[in-house]
Design a protein around this ligand. Structure first.
Ligand SMILES: [Zn+2]
Length: 470
């Protein structure tokens, strides 16, 4: 946040450190402009007011993960870069739950303590000084259940990924959730003492952790005890929480303005220029897909859940694809294939374990056009699709090289129908006696003969006619 050390995950301990982030005497901090911009853009996306003048404070406490003995943070109600905003979370029923955002501030991350196999402890400062944006929800809380907490996190993560300000990897700690949990007796006004939960590294553990903590607090009260104000850790393996440390009150931190950092001051023009960079956000997209393309909440939710997925869909539509057909193919065959092979559809998502897929919106559109104009059957389309994903060739090219075109030749189909009728006297007799749905079986036989290439509708018609003559 205040030096030039690289932001990355893992690596040899203490290899991404310098005199500034280690807090060596005489080193002076310089704020990272990009990080400030990222927080401001997030604050705008979360409907916050912007502090046109905002200062950094020192939060003082003594712990080995903090090389300087203080953490640069932002204190106060209206001093943080963003404050008094909200996030709307859609639910499956098509409604909205509004979660108040109290503030969004910018600070620096701390190092990591590691317990060594030899018995001692080590400290890794690679993470110390990495820009850290903290989004704090309102108090009294709007989030009332573990499910709502999870949904809020899902929606917040989507927004951060759309904005491109965070990679959202909870398992690597680049997005973390530290829920504060309290309970109250039914009908009571006051919330009980809260506890804070740490080490939640997936959406699932957020949900499980809050569930566990709620039950634990109820059990404490019911056995006549008192809930202690403390920070608790989550153990993923045992799915339980454990006491870490008693929570200090704010006064203990002796916040004061950092004398090495000048106040940040912004102009209206600058803030408006940032607002202009905001993309269409997931919720707006979700609503638009339902309104413009008649999608269900589920379809729109799946498409807009990831910005690259939505981008792929929009490129297809821009090229002239039928939105419904295109999204059906994306969410069934394409999703299945990517999942099986671990491939991704955008270069930003590719890494050591995920290769970039050869398929583009143009490929999928080319395939859909062949289905729509009756050149190929649905079954053939699936075969071509697989081939397309492997070779990267266009559907029309694959089709030209193979003999997969749909057969709509009346004479050929009639001949197959006759053959099937001859070889299946029992079903034919049943049909004659009025069990007309056996025609499905007979049509199926013709499709099998044609290796799926016969035009199914034509087979249906001709089979009916041949049965009348039989
Ligand atoms: Zn550094």
């Amino acid at each position: 946040m205040f030096c030039r050390c690289e932001v990355a995950f893992g690596g040899e301990p203490n290899t991404r450190v310098c005199p500034v982030c280690l807090g060596l005497p005489g080193a002076l901090p310089v704020p990272n402009k990009k990080a400030i911009e990222f927080v401001l853009r997030t604050a705008l996306a979360l409907n916050c007011k912007i502090a046109m003048r905002s200062v950094f404070h020192r939060k003082n406490y003594f712990y080995p993960d903090l090389p300087k003995g203080f953490q640069v943070s932002q204190y106060g109600e209206t001093n943080p870069l963003g404050y008094h905003g909200f996030l709307d979370v859609p639910n499956a029923e098509g409604g909205i739950k509004r979660i108040g955002i109290r503030r969004i501030h910018l600070e620096e991350d701390t190092g990591k303590l590691m317990h060594l196999p030899s018995g001692g402890s080590g400290v890794d400062y690679n993470r110390a000084g990495v820009p850290l944006m903290e989004v704090v929800t309102d108090f009294p809380p709007d989030i009332n259940t573990p499910d709502e907490a999870r949904e809020y996190m899902v929606q917040l993560r989507q927004i951060l990924l759309y904005l491109g300000v965070c990679d959202g990897k909870m398992e690597e700690g680049s997005m973390r959730c530290e829920p504060n949990i309290s309970i109250r007796l039914e009908g009571a006004e006051e919330l009980g003492t809260k506890t804070e939960l740490k080490n939640l590294n997936s959406f699932r553990s957020v949900q499980l952790g809050i569930q566990f903590e709620t039950r634990r607090q109820i059990a404490v009260l019911e056995s006549g005890g008192k809930v202690a104000q403390e920070t608790r850790g989550w153990n993923d393996a045992t799915e339980t929480s454990f006491a870490m440390r008693l929570k200090e009150s704010e006064n203990d931190y002796r916040y004061f303005e950092d004398p090495d950092l000048i106040p940040m001051e912004f102009t209206e023009e600058y803030i408006e220029s940032l607002r202009a960079t905001l993309p269409e956000l997931p919720l707006a997209k979700y609503r638009r897909y339902m309104a413009d393309y008649g999608m269900t909440t589920k379809e729109a939710g799946v498409l807009t859940g990831d910005k690259h997925w939505a981008g792929f869909f929009e490129q297809g539509v821009a090229l002239g694809a039928d939105p419904k057909l295109f999204s059906n193919w994306m969410n069934s065959e394409l999703a299945k294939y990517l999942n099986e092979t671990g491939q991704v559809i955008h270069a930003d998502l590719a890494d050591d374990h995920h290769a970039l897929s050869k398929i583009t919106p143009n490929h999928l559109l080319g395939l859909i056009v062949l289905i729509q104009d009756g050149t190929i059957s649905g079954k053939t389309a699936k075969d071509i699709f697989r081939e397309m994903l492997v070779s990267g060739d266009q559907a029309s090219g694959i089709l030209a090289k193979s003999n997969l075109t749909q057969i709509s030749d009346d004479e050929q189909i009639k001949a197959w129908c006759k053959e099937v009728i001859q070889n299946n006297p029992d079903p034919v007799a049943k049909y004659k006696s009025g069990v007309i749905n056996v025609i499905g079986f007979l049509v199926g036989q013709v499709m099998k003969q044609s290796q799926g290439r016969a035009n199914a509708q034509l087979v249906q018609e001709l089979m009916k006619a041949e049965l009348e003559n039989a």
